[in-house]
Design a protein around this ligand. Structure first.
Ligand SMILES: C[S@@+](CC[C@H](N)C(=O)[O-])C[C@H]1O[C@@H](n2cnc3c(N)ncnc32)[C@H](O)[C@@H]1O
Length: 249
């Protein structure tokens, strides 16, 4: 349990999996209440794959790699559910020192079988086999997402919170995300803030609630209509909160 960097310390979350605390952002990498593994699975992977798992090839944008839970939980979900889809995951991450440290991070036992992926990503920032491609872009997500057009089926929007990392939650940011996504793409995020939902809504996304007994509510957004989630009445929310506006660059 000795993992840490000059900017990070290890923290046990309530589902028994470890996450990290960022001294730089003064925030945990995951909800310590919901649990790191549970948060990845229930707020990101499960709702996204509920919609996409019958697709033969799935392109995922994982914003941002961090400890890699969303990428690794995706691999775990695919194995556990015997899915045969090909998956390509693209993940920006600013912090090179963090990526370099991940060979000694204390991951949950569910990720043990992906040790080769964890090591390849830590050492070379890339992993390839016949059914999986994962690449980490070490740099700014805002620049990276501009490279893509009509590419992603799934976006895991898992930046630090809007209050400490606002540039990854603005109206302009989500416009670039929208361009990078396919028209029937789905975005998942833990944020239920009206400002976040407005930034998505004003870019044409439909807004849905992802709820369940084991976790606090989260948000699913899609450019197409989804029948599997309860939708948020954004017109009503706006009329009740006239002073709230989306974050801007
Ligand atoms: C909440 S953590 C991501 C958690 C991650 N999904 C996981 O499962 O561990 C946010 C990450 O965003 C990174 N970050 C902050 N600003 C960034 C930017 N502009 N571009 C790329 N990465 C950024 C931070 O270094 C941090 O690792």
């Amino acid at each position: 349990m000795s993992w840490g960097t000059s900017k990070h310390s290890l923290k046990l979350s309530e589902d028994g999996s470890y996450t990290a605390f960022s001294k730089e952002y003064d925030e945990h990498y995951h909800s310590t209440k919901d649990g790191a593994l549970q948060e990845s699975l229930l707020k990101h992977v499960q709702p996204a794959f509920k919609i996409k798992e019958n697709q033969q090839e799935i392109n995922i944008l994982d914003i941002c790699y961090g400890l890699g839970f969303n990428t690794l939980a995706t691999l775990y979900y695919i194995k556990k559910n015997n899915l045969t889809c090909r998956v390509n995951i693209y993940s920006p991450e600013l912090d090179a020192t963090l990526i370099d440290s991940l060979d000694s991070f204390t991951y949950p036992k569910e990720f043990e079988e992906f040790r080769d992926v964890i090591l390849a990503l830590c050492n070379d920032n890339i992993y390839n086999d016949s059914s999986l491609h994962v690449e980490i872009f070490v740099g700014d997500a805002r620049e990276y997402i501009k490279r893509f057009d009509d590419k992603f089926d799934i976006v895991y929007q898992d930046a630090f919170s809007p209050s400490v990392n606002p540039v990854l939650w603005t109206l302009e940011y989500f416009l670039d995300i929208k361009k990078a996504m396919k028209k029937d793409g789905i975005l998942t995020t833990y944020s239920i803030a009206l400002k976040t939902r407005l930034a998505l809504y004003e870019n044409g996304f439909n807004i849905y609630i992802n709820s369940g007994k084991e976790f606090r509510d989260a948000t699913v957004a899609s450019l197409s209509v989804l029948d599997d989630f309860l939708d948020v009445d954004m017109k009503h929310k706006i009329s009740c909160n006239k002073d709230v506006s989306p974050l801007r660059d």
